[in-house]
Write a protein that binds this ligand. Structure first.
Ligand code: PLP
Length: 430
């Protein structure tokens, strides 16, 4: 069913579900259940042995989550997906699924602060090295790769730098070396489909635009089904040698008849089974609701953000506007090549008055909410240097694009005149 609709506006309403098989309910029911009765012992044994697919226990699968997973796989042009408890869990699982101690990941420097911390600190304690590379030169990924490199990692529209990542360029380098590219597409669902440009895996924090209403934390990993894990068996022993945690299954062989889903099935039945960062069915229901209006919302978010960027660019107290359409040269080429139908709703800007002006502006905003979030229908603002990025060293803050006077807006879908009016009055105080 995932492949039957091509247009995002239709996929978000119809992919993966028509009506409930028992009640005929049109809205996706919330299957608030922990477990599922087996028909008989043979059925139970077949499910555990992966000879038959079906529900076992909600930590590893749930029918409400399954609809979201199928819809997101269709939206991103992948073959299957796995919903998780948060975007952070999705980033971690995407890597842990193919990396263990002694392996390395080559990552873009342009990352959300939480991901930077996960990579620079927590993964290191697990023995996984992350090699950071400036994506200004895609060749940096090739130079940082060795026999222990298991994946590349980047954000499509990195929060807060907002320099669009060279997806095809880096995916092509990776494919020539047998290294898959994992893209965090949180900031630009609908606008970009990284799998079409060669990415192998897409992750999202569904907390943001997909939920869209600031109600729920969640994440998802989408498997593009377009990476030949078997061909690069030496690089991916975790997918090509017997897995002692699942009675010796070799993942690339075990699920072959079901399609190119070795990566995502292994994640579900081993990592999710063991670590348990499951998405709740109630949250999946809310994400499904959000997804239904995502294409409409993204259009309005982007139109408003562009108007905000243009307004800020003409303001005397603003020294720099950070927004894809306000870039030049190669950055502009990348923005135009990878973002279609809008250039996102995150707008950064720097104030002449630095850190103190940033604080004053945030305190003077009346309609914008001052929160550590993006992608809500409401407009949001934050001063990253004193909040989301405060745990980073000054050098690391600069590497992720956070200067003292940087203010980040997540522009909402209110009337643009009200958004601009709030900014105008707050800039008087800045
Ligand atoms: N990726 C990006 C780009 C984000 O902006 C965030 C959160 O802000 C995350 C991942 C983490 O998502 P979550 O807060 O759902 O764990």
């Amino acid at each position: 069913m995932a492949a039957s609709y091509k247009n995002p506006e239709t996929i978000v309403l119809h992919a993966g579900y028509r009506s409930d098989p028992t009640s005929n309910a049109v809205a996706v029911p919330i299957y608030q259940t922990t477990s599922y009765q087996f028909r008989d012992t043979e059925h139970a044994a077949n499910l555990f042995g992966l000879r038959e697919f079906g529900n076992i226990y909600t930590r590893i699968m749930n029918p409400t989550c399954a609809v979201l997973e199928e819809r997101m796989a269709a939206l991103e042009g992948g073959v299957a997906a796995l919903g998780l408890a948060s975007g952070q869990a999705a980033s971690l699982f995407a890597i842990q699924n193919i990396c263990h101690a002694g392996d390395n990941v080559v990552s873009s420097t342009d990352l959300y602060g939480g991901t930077w911390n996960l990579f620079a600190n927590t993964l290191t304690t697990m023995g996984i090295e992350v090699r950071f590379v400036d994506p200004a030169d895609p060749e940096g990924f090739r130079h940082a790769t060795d026999a222990k490199t298991r994946c590349y990692y980047a954000e499509t529209l990195p929060n807060p730098k907002l320099n669009v990542f060279p997806i095809k360029e880096v995916a092509d380098i990776g494919r020539s070396l047998g290294v898959p590219l994992i893209m965090d597409n949180t900031a630009c669902p609908i606008l970009c489909r990284p799998i079409e440009h060669g990415a192998a895996i897409v992750v999202h924090s569904t907390t943001k635009y997909i939920g869209g209403h600031g109600t729920s934390i969640g994440g998802i990993v989408v498997d593009g089904g377009n990476f030949d894990w078997e061909k690069h068996a030496d690089r991916f022993p975790m997918l090509n040698t017997p897995d002692p945690s699942y009675h010796g299954a070799v993942w690339t062989q075990a699920v072959k008849p079901l399609g190119p889903i070795a990566y995502i099935i292994k994640m579900r039945v081993t990592l999710l089974r063991d670590i348990g960062a499951a998405m709740s069915p109630f949250n999946a229901f809310l994400f499904i609701q959000g997804l239904e209006t995502l294409p409409l919302r993204m259009r309005q978010h982007c139109a408003n953000a562009r108007a905000v960027a243009d307004f800020l660019a003409g303001h005397a107290k603003v020294t720099k506007v950070i927004y894809p359409s306000h870039t030049t040269g190669e950055l502009k080429r990348r923005a135009d090549a990878y973002l279609k139908g809008g250039q996102g709703a995150l707008v950064g800007f720097e104030l002449a008055g630095g850190r103190e002006a940033g604080r004053r502006l945030i305190d003077a905003l009346k309609m914008f909410y001052h929160v550590a979030n993006i992608g809500d229908a409401r407009s949001l603002a934050i001063h990253p240097a004193t909040t989301t990025h405060s745990q980073l060293s000054p050098e690391d803050q600069m590497a992720t694009g956070v200067s003292d006077g940087y203010v980040r807006l997540s522009v909402g879908i209110e009337h643009v005149d009200d958004i601009l009016a709030d900014l105008k009055q707050a800039l008087v105080a800045a």
